[in-house]
Write a protein that binds this ligand. Structure first.
Ligand SMILES: Nc1ncnc2c1ncn2[C@@H]1O[C@H](COP(=O)(O)OP(=O)(O)OP(=O)(O)O)[C@@H](O)[C@H]1O
Ligand code: SF4
Ligand SMILES: [Mg+2]
Length: 334
């Protein structure tokens, strides 16, 4: 396994009236080449802010801290080396492809200008643009080059946004709810495309979605966030089939794995009892304690550290109630 992007202790504050609010609190992420890392958690848990901080597109009211390394090379935050990689070696697609595409400029012109910005000659940029449209399976690339984004369906527009994201030949692609706005049948095609690009280009992919069915199909590894912190991470199959953290356990139990038209958002918002913690109103200790059936007194005092549970699993729970039976037997036999 080769780590392509490693993030350690990412913290993001947002300024407002009053004291800055810590919206991402000590997040670690590890994106592997040729693999898909899923990032899940309820609305407001800090998924998008974490992702956007990795390509530096948050506005001035956000302040970040943390270590980011691309292929082992520290790229800092906001400095020259960071500016050189963002959008090029680390790129991003969004729920709305029009975040990456100008609605009134022909698709070909946008791709060509983007490639020229990254140092290609005009003729190189033209052939690169056509090549990328073919790679994302846009039919009739010559015609597509002369068309405007609104002339394509939502699924095709997302494919073009993916082509834009590939112009700099990135090592990492971050996809924030890339198919939430699409019909289920179209979703599947776009997800297959992302997975194919991941494998063929040895691309490190991070995907954010509320839809655990999509996660199940897409993710190799999975990180679960709650109130700006990571509560669990590990191999996606293990995390989804045998959650270790009480929050993950409830999230998985509340979300049927089948597809949903809104990416599972409505289901997840009403599914777990109690109010989700917000960064402005994060309970002391373990942020999940007011909703957790396993909570003890110490859970209101101590922020649980993310601990190694073996087999590539990590979870942040003081009680750790879902220890697999074999692990208990082994410990007792010792
Ligand atoms: N522009 C902003 N200004 C102030 N606070 C913000 C801003 N964007 C996000 N936040 C706050 O940061 C926290 C994390 O937001 P974020 O958008 O990362 O959540 P998310 O996990 O992506 O949620 P969702 O699943 O709804 O997309 C939220 O509590 C939100 O209120
Ligand atoms: S630390 Fe306590 S409150 Fe938090 S998930 Fe574990 S048992 Fe529940
Ligand atoms: Mg989001």
């Amino acid at each position: 396994m080769t780590s392509v992007l490693q993030v350690e202790d990412l913290r993001v504050w947002v300024a407002g009236s009053g004291k800055p609010v810590l919206v991402v609190d000590g997040v670690d992420l590890d994106i592997q080449a040729g693999k898909v890392l899923g990032l899940a958690g309820e609305s407001g848990s800090g998924k998008s802010i974490s992702a956007q901080s990795l390509i530096g597109i948050l506005g001035e009211k956000f302040v970040y801290e943390g270590d980011i390394a691309l292929e082992g090379r520290a790229i800092g935050h906001g400095g020259e080396s960071f500016k050189n990689v963002r959008g090029r070696e680390i790129s991003m697609i969004f729920q709305d492809p029009l975040n990456s595409l100008h609605p009134q400029i022909q698709v070909g012109k946008q791709l060509i200008e983007h490639a020229i910005r990254f140092g290609q000659s005009r003729s190189e940029a033209i052939s690169r643009a056509k090549e990328l449209l073919r790679e994302v399976r846009i039919p009739d690339a010559d015609r597509a080059m002369k068309s405007y984004p609104h002339q394509f369906s939502g699924g095709m527009r997302q494919r073009i946004a993916i082509a834009m994201a590939l112009v700099g030949d990135p090592k990492v692609l971050i996809a924030d709810e890339p198919t939430t706005a699409l019909d289920v049948t179209v979703q599947a095609g776009v997800l297959r495309l992302i997975k194919r690009l991941c494998r063929e280009r040895d691309l490190g992919v991070m995907i954010i979605t509320h839809d655990l069915g999509v996660m199940d199909a897409m993710a190799d590894d999975l990180t679960i966030m709650y109130a700006g912190r990571v509560v669990e991470s590990g191999c996606a199959q293990d995390v989804l089939r045998a959650p270790r953290h009480p929050y993950t356990q409830q999230l998985v139990a509340s979300l049927p794995m089948g597809p949903s038209r809104d990416g599972g958002k409505a289901r997840s918002m009403q599914a777990i009892k109690g109010e989700p913690a917000t960064p402005r109103n994060r309970p002391p200790g373990c942020a999940f304690n007011p909703r957790c059936p396993w909570a003890e007194d110490r859970c209101t005092e101590i922020v649980p550290p993310l601990e190694d549970r073996g087999g590539g699993r990590e979870s942040a729970c003081l009680v750790d109630p879902f220890v697999p039976v074999e692990a208990v037997r082994k410990a007792e036999a010792r």
